[in-house]
Design a protein around this ligand. Sequence first.
Ligand SMILES: Cc1cc2nc3c(=O)[nH]c(=O)nc-3n(C[C@H](O)[C@H](O)[C@H](O)COP(=O)(O)OP(=O)(O)OC[C@H]3O[C@@H](n4cnc5c(N)ncnc54)[C@H](O)[C@@H]3O)c2cc1C
Length: 332
Amino acid sequence: MSLPQFRILQPLTLDEACRMLDEHGSESMIIAGGTDVIPNLQMRLFAPRVLIDIKPLRELAKIELSRDGLRIGAAATLTHALETPWLGEKFPVLSSAISTIAGPLQRNMGTIGGNLCLETRCRWYNQSKFWRQSLGGCLKKDGDICHVAPGGKFCWAAWSGDSAPAFLALGAEVEIASAAGTRRIPLEKFYKNDGKDRIALARNEILTAVHVTASMSGRRGVYHKLRVRDSIDYPLAGVAVAMDVDSTGVCRDARVALSAVNPAPMLVRAAAESLIGKKWSRELAEEIAHVAIRTGKPLTTSGSTPVYRRDMVRVFTRRALEEVWNSAQQSS
Ligand SMILES: Cc1cc2nc3c(=O)[nH]c(=O)nc-3n(C[C@H](O)[C@H](O)[C@H](O)COP(=O)(O)OP(=O)(O)OC[C@H]3O[C@@H](n4cnc5c(N)ncnc54)[C@H](O)[C@@H]3O)c2cc1C
């Protein structure tokens, strides 16, 4: 499929990028690695006149660890994150999740910021213009019918990124810049759980970095993912667990987050309350797995059935908890 016509602007600094966004407004769009933007342009899901290329901005590409914690610049590539050895040692849930994103080629191009700002996905939306038009479009694009929940006025397109649940499990915050200055908000508040209006980012804002506090360093964690092709595919369900387990095997703190089963990545809130102060047991893991099922609401946004995806959330939550607890046991 051919690309629509557009101009590419390459700012030399973040300030210049912000000015360009202000100047071109709704006619413009940010491009980083382009691994999501380009296929979407080919499918005519949007047609901005101007693409503002932030990938070459070195100030956005650093991955740093300081006394305050971890800071990953939005333009750092997924491969850069995976090839930063201490990242996997100190924040294993992150490397576990990032290693499952797409394939090596997309990870070489794709960025952390692009992954956190990904478009939501739906089988009725991620199709060619010809395909979509034959059905009269959908709520997210070209039409006013939701094929997932007919009669509804809410877009259920699913959040289909893998790093967001891992960052949520680490209580991350995002840094956002515009010509007016910078702000920082919890990642949890960044997602709106609306398939059409997915993130709390104004047209003239750029995600510049993601932060994880130092207290999360060393937390055990893992990410489990359901996908059609293991070698390269978006998630159909994903579960991230990050946990602090003491030397006696007692959970001191825990966070469980889901991906691909709602229009936003989501924390399983009640999981932490049930886990803190407890030792591993199969019954406890099963209980948390059922709590996770209540947070995930998969619908027919993909080829896989909602029932199967829900069930995999249960299985993955149980497996992830077992794996994290076992790793604590082995090292104590
Ligand atoms: C075949 C294939 C398989 C894939 N599989 C997966 C997968 O398994 N898991 C997964 O999570 N993703 C997957 N992806 C999507 C993609 O490769 C990754 O999510 C990647 O991290 C996106 O980053 P990018 O820099 O290429 O984003 P881009 O395509 O450049 O941008 C994505 C979106 O984010 C916005 N954006 C980018 N950077 C910023 C910023 N700093 N501030 C504000 N907005 C910004 C863009 O405007 C756009 O809306 C796949 C893609 C392909 C083509």
